[in-house]
Design a protein around this ligand. Structure first.
Ligand code: RIB
Ligand code: CA
Length: 314
């Protein structure tokens, strides 16, 4: 039986491919897409979610916009990584998929209480919507199967030396999620940097010979230029689809139990995920932390998803 999921995202180049993977892979049932401010403003991330669904032919999946700023601090978008549009690179047609009028938090809550089984939340963005869901609707927690998020790191950050972008953008929200008692799996930079979009990967998308395959090539080429310019990395890590891959097949992403604390007060470390791998089995743990990825199978799933979507009748 496919696992019911909701993606909460900030498209974003890697969010875009995470949506495609979730929409196409039969192991998951994408119930909704919700958007939040992060890589770009809420207006732009929401437009981008509509663009992705339009070019990928994803219909019948409600898209709802959520929070337009972090819980406490001001929003700082990542134009340097994702461009002014948040999805720079390809030219997109006018979207044919609209937003639903509900706020993302209300849509998620309504789905959680009505769906016949607990739902997995897959946040690939700052955790503002998820934190607000858990605080505004405490009854949600019992209806969440688990939260499999892209964010944090067991090593260095990418936004500051200590903090990864999704957690750094809204540390208070992340602290609420990790402290909620809901099962959390953290797919941090330490594992997403194993999902490198190499020229061989881009060639696989190009070889599909479909419009969607070509759009993915353009998205990844733009993403690669940003990673080369900003971090001198020859190939960009495709962060967000790793969280989806973990839900598709847990064997793809090996995890260990740990205790994750979000630093809120450090002058130089605010937004860091402090990951404690307890040696004492009786020490409390609050998360599974992803440590390794089967990159070959990951890319097989990613390319197969784009192939499946691209072959759908227009
Ligand atoms: O640090 C990488 C994360 O921040 C990804 O989710 C990317 O889309 C950005 O949101
Ligand atoms: Ca993202």
């Amino acid at each position: 039986m496919p696992v019911p999921i909701i993606i909460d995202c900030d498209p974003g180049h890697d969010d875009a491919l995470a949506i495609m993977l979730a929409a196409a892979n039969p192991a998951v049932d994408l119930l909704a897409i919700t958007t939040v401010a992060g890589n770009q403003t809420l207006e732009k991330t929401s437009l981008n979610a509509r663009r992705v669904c339009t070019v990928a032919g994803i219909t019948g999946v409600p898209i709802a916009a959520g929070c337009d700023r972090p819980l406490l601090q001001a929003l700082a978008v990542a134009s340097d990584v994702h461009g002014e549009s948040g999805l720079d690179g390809p030219r997109f047609p006018e979207p044919t998929v609209d937003l639903v009028p509900e706020h993302a938090v209300e849509l998620i809550h309504r789905i959680l209480v009505n769906h016949p089984e607990p739902v997995t939340l897959v946040p690939t963005a700052p955790l503002t919507n998820i934190a607000l869901l858990l605080t505004r609707h405490p009854d949600s927690a019992a209806r969440i199967r688990e939260i499999v998020l892209m964010g944090g790191s067991t090593e260095r950050g990418n936004t500051t030396p200590a903090a990864e972008f999704n957690i750094h953008t809204d540390p208070e929200a992340a602290a609420i999620v990790f402290g909620s008692g809901v099962p959390v799996t953290m797919c941090g930079l330490n594992v997403t940097h194993q999902a490198l979009a190499t020229p061989e990967v881009l060639a696989r998308f190009e070889a599909l010979g479909t419009g969607l395959g070509d759009i993915c090539v353009e998205l990844l080429a733009y993403f690669a230029s940003a990673y080369s310019r900003l971090w001198d990395m020859p190939h960009p890590p495709l962060h967000d689809p790793v969280a989806v891959a973990r839900v598709i097949d847990p064997a793809l992403v090996e995890c260990v139990d740990a205790n994750v604390t979000v630093e809120l007060h450090g002058r130089y470390t605010r937004g860091a995920t402090v990951v404690d791998f307890p040696r004492d089995p009786d020490r409390p743990t609050n998360a599974k932390v992803a440590m390794s990825l089967d990159a070959r199978l990951f890319w097989d799933h990613m390319v197969d998803a784009v192939a499946a979507l691209g072959s759908r009748p227009a």
